[in-house]
Design a protein around this ligand. Sequence first.
Ligand SMILES: Cc1cc2nc3c(=O)[nH]c(=O)nc-3n(C[C@H](O)[C@H](O)[C@H](O)COP(=O)(O)O)c2cc1C
Length: 219
Amino acid sequence: MKVLAISSSPRRDGNSWTMAEAAAKGAREAGHEVESVYLADHVGGMLDDCRRCRLSDGACGIGDGYERLLMDRVLPADGLIIATPLYWYGMNGRLKTFFDRLFCYTAGSSPVGETVSAALPGKRVAALISCEESYRGATLGLEAQFQELTRYLHQELVGIVVGVGNSRGEVGSDPSRPLERAEDLGRRLFDVRVTDYRLDTPRSNRVWGAPEHEDDELY
Ligand SMILES: Cc1cc2nc3c(=O)[nH]c(=O)nc-3n(C[C@H](O)[C@H](O)[C@H](O)COP(=O)(O)O)c2cc1C
């Protein structure tokens, strides 16, 4: 499988990059083809008023590497590892801009709108968050946003790893071992069991295979 690891912090060898590389290592060890990118190398401009900056054929007119990143790297990937530092209790601005600008590429007026909208669903997504605070509420809004983004895009959010650290690379000292958890998530990117039941979803009583004893079925 193809995997793209996107690190969105402006700090090149910072905590989110370190977490992204841990997940990339796991994915590579599982036999996947993995590429890592710094979002800052590709995304420069913010979403603007499309009526003003859209080109005459409906294409986005913001002249940076966004389109090539999207078309050549994001769309062909089967799995995405998305790493962000927590900024003001949300994702960092460049990653938000990455999502904001998807609007221009999925719009009906875009010459690539149908291609992009057809290629975004089905990807498996691992989200990695680095932050200073260990307060559980600090990342909750962002975790919910990742859940809703992937739901909207028909993607599977396989897991979220939060690593606590502030200085460059400090997540490696977090006793909750976020780097190991990120590596494990990367390794299992395509194996993690993702469910989203409804009342009438057909299912057995057991989640993980056959019972060892018949009585187990009672529980
Ligand atoms: C602009 C800015 C806003 C931040 N906001 C928060 C925050 O709301 N909560 C938090 O716990 N840490 C916050 N931090 C700290 C970073 O999330 C933390 O240092 C993170 O590990 C940086 O990751 P990086 O090395 O990948 O850039 C903020 C840092 C910056 C620069």
